[in-house]
Write a protein of this length. Structure first.
Length: 134
């Protein structure tokens, strides 16, 4: 993960130096995600804030896909903080947006949410999410 983070940081540096602003959100979200994987949660929080600021620059047709991935990142961030309530909220938001655009990530998101429910001893809710995948 360390090498991936370095690659994202290099990409961000190049984008900023060359004023390529249309890819910043992908770089910020990628840096947030890999920071979570490295358990660098302060770094992740900073990149999540930067990603959030960039959302308003997206056209509506592109925004929903970006919001799906961004909600996944936030769900994982709060999961790492052991804040299951916020993590659940962002998984549900990601599922709602992804479902509205028939995005391929819906099944994965339902499985992730089911894992969260199982971890919280909410077996019936986990089964309900898994049933929706089938």
């Amino acid at each position: 993960h360390r090498e991936v983070k370095l690659a994202y940081e290099k990409g961000l540096q190049i984008a900023l130096e060359n004023q390529i602003s249309d890819r910043l959100i992908d770089l910020y979200d990628g840096l947030a995600s890999v920071s979570i994987d490295l358990n660098e949660l302060l770094s992740a929080k900073r990149y999540i804030a930067l990603t959030d600021k960039r959302l308003s620059f997206y056209l509506e047709r592109d925004k929903k896909e970006v919001e799906t991935y961004f909600n996944i990142t936030k769900a994982k961030y709060y999961l790492a903080l052991k804040d299951d309530e916020k993590s659940e909220k962002y998984y549900r938001d990601a599922i709602a947006i992804a479902s509205s655009i028939e995005h391929r990530k819906v099944a994965d998101l339902r499985a992730d949410l089911a894992q969260l429910y199982l971890r919280s001893n909410r077996k019936e809710e986990a089964i309900a999410q898994l049933t929706k995948i089938i």
